[in-house]
Each structure stands twice: as structure tokens, then as C-alpha cells.
Ligand binder design. Structure first.
Ligand code: MG
Length: 290
């Protein structure tokens, strides 16, 4: 029987606390770290250079052995850099023309990998979507996202666009224009702040019906007067998001899926410690049992 989004998520409690984590070469080793954190669900990031052509069975077995639920596979691509706004514009997602075809192929491979692991959805940063819907890059992006959705649909999967690089209104009209039932968003409140695209709580109100999953991430606004600079990502609860307001807004838009903590700081020990304190914070705010 194919695994559907609903049957996978049924294994989880509403607002179950999870983690956005990156796949290493050994699935059991990656999962051991998560188990020590005391979570039993998450989103699996696959770096662009990870060989996913033959590792699906190993992931499927490791997840089953640990009763760990992955509900989204998130794709990143070779050659992406998040150094500053122009670099993101030039390197991330489907906008750079030189890598567009190769990244489209990779998305199909990620979708096939997710299906073989038993994961009901995939997601990625598609890059800066132009606001002008007659821009050739906008049209190319819309057609590409349609093709990915149609590929995912064959596996019964959803496709989630990571938020943050567009205003809520621009993203909403893009989603409506693509017009695919299995398309939605992975709402990341910190990204809206880091890119200076708008108040995330208000944006969540606008985009509420399109939310497939969320990142619990925090950050500070970009420095004033430096239009190319990104804001600083911060440990959950230490930035400008306002985690309590974020949770209240999630409740208001009727979201009851999992809460994946994301922390992107380079140092692994710092990242783990920050995720751990993020888990405690969410447990306290959601009154989730330990
Ligand atoms: Mg994110």
C-alpha cells in the first residue's frame, strides 16, 4: 500500500516536536543523534552531493528500526550559497539557468528516493521567484514547479516550497498560478525576517491554507541601510520571531502538523545544544510531555 501524507502523519501527535536534520552517509548514526534528543520525527535534508541512488533501503530500515518518522525529504543543491542576498539570488534553487535542468533532474531523484523510503512529501528552496509574472524566469519556474508536482503526484507526494524569499502575497499568487493540489509551503518564520521580506506572523495569516509543514527557527532582521545583507540566524527563542506568537498564529490558521526545529549554525556541538534548548522551549510553550 502506498504511504500517504495522512497515514504517515497519523503516527504523530498534533504539534509533535521534531527536527530538521541533514543526512550523513550512515542512516543509523544520523538517527542515533536524534534519538538522544528525544524526538521521534523530523525532516530529512539531503545535500546535493549525497548519493541517494542506492541508500533508500538503508534509510527505510533504519527509520523502521528506530520507529522514527520522516515526513519530508528536503533537497539542497550543489553550488548553493547563502552568503548574502545577491549570492542567494545567483546560486539558490531553480533561478540560475546553468543548473536549472540538472536540479530538476535531482528533484525527480529526490522524489523517487522519498517514495522508496516511504516519505509522503518533498521540499526545497526554489530560489527568488520574480514578482513579474511575464518574466521568463517566472514562467520557467512555474512550469518547472508544475512538472515536479506532477512527478510527486505519481508517488502520492506533496511538494513544499520553503518560504522567506518572497513576500506572502507574491508567494500566494505564485501558488495559485501553479495550480496543483499537491503544492504547498514549508513555512519558515525566521526566513521572512532574515531576508527582510515581511512580518512572519502576518505572512502566516495570508498563507495559512497552503502550509504543509513548518520550521521553528529564529533570527534577527538584516542591518539597516545594507540592502544586500541577510539577518543573523539565532537559537529558537533568541531572535525576532516571537515563538509564542508564532504558535498562536499556527493555532489560528488550524495547523496541527509537526513542529520541526531548524538550526543552521556551522558548529555541530553548538547546533545540537541549541536544538536541545529549542526542544525544551517548545515543550514548555506547547505543554508537551517529555
Ligand atoms: Mg527553513
Amino acid at each position: 500500500m502506498p504511504v500517504t501524507a495522512q497515514s504517515t502523519l497519523k503516527a504523530l501527535t498534533p504539534w509533535e516536536i521534531g527536527v530538521m536534520f541533514w543526512a550523513g552517509p550512515d542512516p543509523a548514526e544520523t538517527l542515533a543523534v536524534l534519538k538522544r534528543l528525544g524526538v521521534r520525527c523530523g525532516q530529512l535534508g539531503v545535500p546535493g552531493d549525497l548519493d541517494i541512488s542506492s541508500s533508500a533501503a538503508a534509510w527505510r530500515n533504519a527509520l523502521a528500526a528506530d520507529s522514527f518518522t520522516v515526513y519530508t525529504v528536503i533537497a539542497a543543491f550543489n553550488g548553493e550559497s547563502y552568503a548574502d542576498v545577491p549570492t542567494v539570488r545567483n546560486t539558490v534553487g531553480f533561478i540560475p539557468p546553468a543548473t536549472r535542468a540538472e536540479r530538476e533532474k535531482r528533484m525527480y531523484a529526490v522524489s523517487d528516493f522519498a517514495a522508496a523510503v516511504g516519505v509522503p512529501g518533498i521540499g526545497t528552496h526554489v530560489g527568488f521567484i520574480p514578482e513579474d509574472d511575464s518574466d521568463p524566469d517566472y514562467i520557467a519556474m512555474r512550469e518547472l514547479v508544475r512538472r515536479i508536482c506532477d512527478h510527486c503526484a505519481k508517488h502520492g507526494q506533496t511538494f513544499a516550497l520553503e518560504t522567506g524569499q518572497e513576500t506572502a502575497e507574491a508567494l500566494r499568487s505564485f501558488l495559485l498560478d501553479v495550480n496543483r493540489d499537491n503544492l504547498g509551503i514549508n513555512f519558515d518564520p525566521a526566513n521572512m525576517i532574515l531576508y527582510g521580506t515581511g512580518d512572519p506572523i502576518e505572512a502566516l495569516g495570508t498563507l495559512g491554507t497552503h502550509v504543509l509543514s513548518v520550521h521553528c527557527k529564529d533570527g534577527d532582521w538584516p542591518p539597516k541601510g545594507q540592502p544586500d545583507a541577510l539577518g543573523q540566524e539565532r537559537p529558537l527563542g533568541k531572535g525576532a520571531v516571537g515563538v509564542e506568537n508564532f504558535l498562536n498564529q499556527l493555532r489560528a490558521v488550524g495547523y496541527n502538523g509537526p513542529l520541526a526545529i531548524e538550526r543552521e549554525v556551522e558548529n555541530p556541538a553548538e547546533r545540537l545544544a541549541d536544538i536541545e534548548s529549542g526542544i525544551s522551549l517548545l515543550r514548555r510553550l506547547t505543554k508537551a510531555p517529555r
